[in-house]
Design a protein around this ligand. Structure first.
Ligand SMILES: [Zn+2]
Ligand SMILES: [Zn+2]
Length: 222
């Protein structure tokens, strides 16, 4: 986990991705000036974007940079992913068949960004920050852990495309989009499918559900 063994990441190595990500945020009316200045002075560095308990990026950094939590999480996903994916390459192999049963990434600690239903019916959660996937109970909320069936709902689009669904929790109001790969065997990666299905996020948001890893829609509408 990142908290125990943080990789040493040079700020320079992130800038090729961080700079365009900041530009995207600026388009969405985020004031990125404070963050950019603190980054240039070395006051905010790569570790500021690491996942913490239940969130991405530290509260101190959020206050210091005056970015929204969604904006900070967006920067983390875009800028950190290649570095963390390389750092956790070995970890990923070990968790594939392990008995990890928490709703956070066993390698980096981030909340899940997407869910896949596999051939054998297992549900696999995907981490957008480091690219790890891990098996998780189908009938449990990855965010609050509830297994109460009445709290777990599926939100479907009116013109639902087969295989796509939103799994939401009435208890904590969290949701994660889900793709049934038995039906959509030729679909893209979890990250591609997630970012390519904003209409499902809209459905969830209209019903006042939230997700910890933001999509562009959330950045645009905040
Ligand atoms: Zn991860
Ligand atoms: Zn929940």
């Amino acid at each position: 986990m990142l908290a125990g063994a943080s990789p040493v990441i040079s700020p320079d190595s992130l800038e090729i991705l961080l700079d365009p990500a900041l530009e995207v945020l600026a388009v969405f009316q985020e004031d990125v000036g404070e963050f950019a200045e603190a980054w240039d002075h070395g006051d905010i560095g790569p570790s500021a974007l690491f996942p913490e308990r239940g969130r991405i990026g530290s509260i101190e950094v959020q206050e210091r940079s005056q970015l929204s939590q969604n904006a900070l999480a967006f920067l983390a996903v875009v800028a950190l992913r290649p570095v963390l994916a390389a750092y956790f390459a070995e970890c990923r192999e070990h968790v594939a068949d392990s008995a990890w049963d928490l709703g956070i990434c066993p390698c980096c600690g981030a909340p899940p960004g997407f869910a896949d239903l596999l051939e054998d019916g297992r549900r696999q959660l995907a981490c957008h920050l480091c690219g790890t996937s891990w098996t998780f109970a189908r009938l449990a909320c990855p965010f609050c852990g509830t297994r109460t069936a009445a709290e777990l709902v599926r939100l479907m689009a009116e013109d639902a495309e087969e295989g796509y669904a939103v799994g939401a929790c009435r208890s904590c109001r969290g949701y994660v989009k889900e793709l049934d790969r038995r039906v959509r065997w030729n679909a893209g990666s979890a990250l591609v499918e997630d970012w390519g299905s904003p209409h499902l996020d809209l459905i969830a948001h209209r019903q006042e559900f939230w997700r910890p890893i933001p999509t562009l829609i959330q950045l645009a509408s905040q």
